[in-house]
Design a protein around this ligand. Structure first.
Ligand code: CO
Length: 134
């Protein structure tokens, strides 16, 4: 079911500071900030040769990463995103296997304009998983 790692996401309290650290200290190529109100985040993508890092800062009042940053104020790894060929086939197979899909179970359009779903971290060893159809 799983393809490549599309990205690893890191929640950060200060997106500008995180962008500067990745661009200037680590010498990486970073994107411009992109506001995703439907997901409650502003994202910056760090482009790497084999994958991407997604830097996430809360956007709006009920951001899904606000509680995460309350527990980890300096930031931390938030989720890992795997690519799948067909998100509906993957979703149905996961549900049959007992995994919980977050939200209403319908894919949303993610930061790359492709459908995404999130899986409950308690079903996958404490790690929030995002699936992205490519
Ligand atoms: Co993501």
């Amino acid at each position: 079911m799983l393809g490549r790692v599309n990205h690893v996401a890191i929640a950060v309290p200060d997106l500008a500071a995180a962008t500067t650290a990745y661009r200037d200290t680590l010498g990486a190529t970073v994107s411009a900030p992109q506001a995703l109100p439907e997901h409650g985040v502003t994202v910056v993508f760090v482009e790497l040769p084999n994958t991407k890092i997604e830097l996430l800062q809360p956007l709006g009042t009920d951001s899904p990463i606000a509680a995460f940053l309350e527990k980890s104020p300096s930031g931390g790894m938030h989720h890992i995103c795997y690519e799948v060929g067909d998100i509906f086939v993957a979703r149905d197979q996961l549900i049959r296997g007992g995994a919980r899909v977050l939200g209403n179970g319908q894919p949303k359009i993610g930061a790359h304009g492709k459908p995404v779903l999130f899986l409950h971290p308690k079903d996958f060893f404490g790690t929030l998983i995002e699936l992205e159809q490519v």
